[in-house]
Ligand binder design. Structure first.
Ligand code: TMP
Length: 209
């Protein structure tokens, strides 16, 4: 595959969406290569329907392994339908969350186990790895406060509604992943201003284009 696969990761409230928005503009100005911007859970019609099931706060009875399997199923469809064809064409793919989210949220925070979650995802992605993963690091409570501020005019999703202890585990999961695979990750301190965070991210991405 000759494209470039970039993923953005971080706990809830790290500011991924605003970074992605600015990154799209910057990449499009810097190169004529086609850019595919996508997200998980979701990214294809089927996977977006799975996303709705996953995030609906009404599903309080959802089992942790069901959650992990639905995420992996949606991911499979997203990879086959959208990510792999784009990379094969040589496009740049910018994805808001990917497998690392499942390892941090389901493997670590839900307590299913890192290896178990890695295994079901390997079945889904068949060896696909991002070329670069930007990890936006933020304290769990700081992230949750940001979400609460932003969500005053919308309902929080099923995972955002988890307690701070859950989100602290998510962050712990990410930090363990980075320790295990330091060459793929670049960590940016997301407690800084939006401007500063974006500038740091852009310096890293620019190098890869
Ligand atoms: P988002 O807010 O970035 O759109 O993600 C929605 C929620 O889904 C967020 O709380 C993180 C969670 N999530 C997982 O728990 N596991 C996963 O594999 C992915 C992709 C997201």
């Amino acid at each position: 595959m000759s494209g470039l696969f970039i993923t953005i990761e971080g706990p809830d409230g790290a500011g991924k969406s605003s970074v992605v928005k600015r990154l799209v503009k910057a990449i499009q100005e810097a190169t004529t290569k086609p850019l595919i911007v996508t997200r998980e859970p979701g990214g294809s019609e089927i996977a977006e329907r799975i996303r709705d099931i996953l995030l609906d706060p009404i599903h309080t009875v959802m089992d942790d392994r069901t959650e992990a399997l639905l995420l992996a199923a949606g991911r499979r469809q997203h990879v086959v339908e959208k990510i792999n064809p784009a990379l094969e064409r040589g496009d740049i793919v910018l994805c808001d969350r990917f497998v690392d989210s499942s390892i941090a949220y389901q493997g670590q925070a839900r307590g299913i186990g890192i290896e178990e979650v890695k295994a079901i995802n390997e079945f889904a992605i068949e060896g696909l790895r991002p070329d670069l993963t930007i990890y936006l690091d933020v304290d769990a409570q700081v992230g949750l406060n940001r979400i609460k501020d932003k969500s005053s005019n919308r309902t929080q999703d099923r995972l955002e509604l988890e307690e701070v202890a859950f989100h602290e585990e998510v962050r712990r999961g990410y930090l363990a992943l980075i320790k295990a695979e330091p060459s793929r990750f670049v960590t940016v301190d997301a407690s800084q201003s939006e401007e500063k965070v974006f500038n740091e991210v852009w310096e890293i991405v620019k190098e890869k284009l």
